[in-house]
Design a protein around this ligand. Structure first.
Ligand code: ADP
Ligand code: MG
Length: 335
């Protein structure tokens, strides 16, 4: 029984999810690991490590090894992955002996990085490890009929990147990736508040601001929020009230870049598939799809229907799990 375990992993730049066929999503944690620089030991992973960001003593550094959509440090990535697998096997009360694993790596990852991930999972005892392309996993997880000869357009806005893919007949027909995602938006908010108010805020505060009062278009109902940071002149803590219109101003450029990537991919689409897109539209997924007004804004901008995936933060993980069944078929097509 155990030897037949099937596991799907979404190795995202912001979040890692592990999915099993029988239990659904069994792990969903930030892709963060805290390392003691003196001993090189992992002291915390996931949620626990993310809570340490910006708050640790000098010898402990929280690292996001997959930041920016590339595997910046694959030793650390491998260690983190193993820590999560261990956690899941403990939690599920079974040793995951010889499972079949389907893993989705960030689209920007190189062959060397993918091999490193493959090895890390194999060395944990996996019998088969398959790596699949992110847009395909996202589309499967969003319930799109990827194996039919029709255009399925998926837009996945993650932490490090936004990926746009057109999938038909089990494969990627065309795709585009920009290194603009949730992280860039957070960064823009930090810069904006620094320039305008001379206040320094941390990454987590910026992310909270984005989720609470961030909007994808300007003419939204205005909201405000009190935020705390460090006054750069006095060095002391300071509170200011910021408006969602200001947050929009900070996010505007990142949003435009994502829009450009979507337009470029649609323009690049083979004519036979273009007709499908007019009818069927595109599907948004990834955490960035949850920004307030994203769907409405894109609908206005690109004129084709824009749908939101049922669970934007979980589509890829669900897709990797479901892909196990489809893998042999997809591989046959790829050959
Ligand atoms: P990845 O696949 O790269 O790990 P995810 O799809 O998990 O990324 O998305 C994570 C990103 O989505 C983060 O930048 C996070 O701030 C952002 N995000 C999550 N929820 C929301 C929300 N409600 N509004 C705006 N952004 C969100
Ligand atoms: Mg993702």
């Amino acid at each position: 029984m155990l030897s037949n375990a099937e596991i799907g992993i979404d190795l995202g730049t912001a979040n890692i999810l592990i999915y099993t066929k029988t239990k659904g999503i069994v792990l969903n944690e930030p892709s963060v690991v805290a390392i003691d620089v003196n001993t090189k030991q992992v002291v915390a992973v996931g949620t626990e490590a993310k809570q340490m960001v910006g708050k640790t003593p000098k010898n402990i550094i929280p690292i996001r090894p997959l930041r920016d959509g590339v595997i910046a440090d694959y030793d650390v990535t491998a260690q983190m992955l193993k820590a999560f697998l261990k956690k899941v096997s403990k939690k599920m009360g079974l040793s995951m002996r010889k499972p079949t694993v389907v893993v989705c790596t960030p689209a920007g990852s190189t062959a060397v990085e993918r091999r490193a991930i493959h090895n890390a999972i194999s060395s944990y005892g996996a019998k088969h490890v398959h790596i699949i392309e992110e847009p395909v996993a996202a589309a499967i997880g969003a319930d799109l009929p990827v194996d039919e000869p029709i255009a399925n357009v998926i837009v996945d806005i993650g932490g490090g990147t936004a990926e746009v893919g057109i999938i038909s007949f089990g494969g990627v027909v065309s795709s585009n990736s920009v290194r603009v995602g949730g992280d860039r938006m957070d960064e823009e908010i930090i810069q904006y508040i620094r320039k305008k108010y001379n206040i320094l805020i941390g990454e987590r505060t910026a992310e909270n601001i984005k989720m609470e009062i961030g909007y994808a278009y300007e003419d939204h109902p205005e909201q405000t929020m009190e935020i705390r940071g460090r006054d750069m002149v006095t060095g002391l803590p300071k509170t200011v009230t910021i408006s969602s219109k200001e947050v929009y101003a900070a996010l505007k450029e990142s949003l435009e870049q994502i829009l450009e990537a979507i337009r470029a991919t649609l323009e690049d689409c083979p004519p036979e598939l273009s007709g499908d897109i007019v009818d069927r539209g595109i599907v948004l997924t990834g955490g960035g799809a949850l920004l307030h007004g994203m769907q409405e804004w894109l609908t206005r901008e690109i004129i084709v229907p824009v749908h939101l995936a049922p669970n934007p933060l979980e589509s890829v993980a669900i897709g990797t799990g479901r892909a196990i069944k489809m893998i042999s078929k997809l591989q046959k097509i790829a050959k």
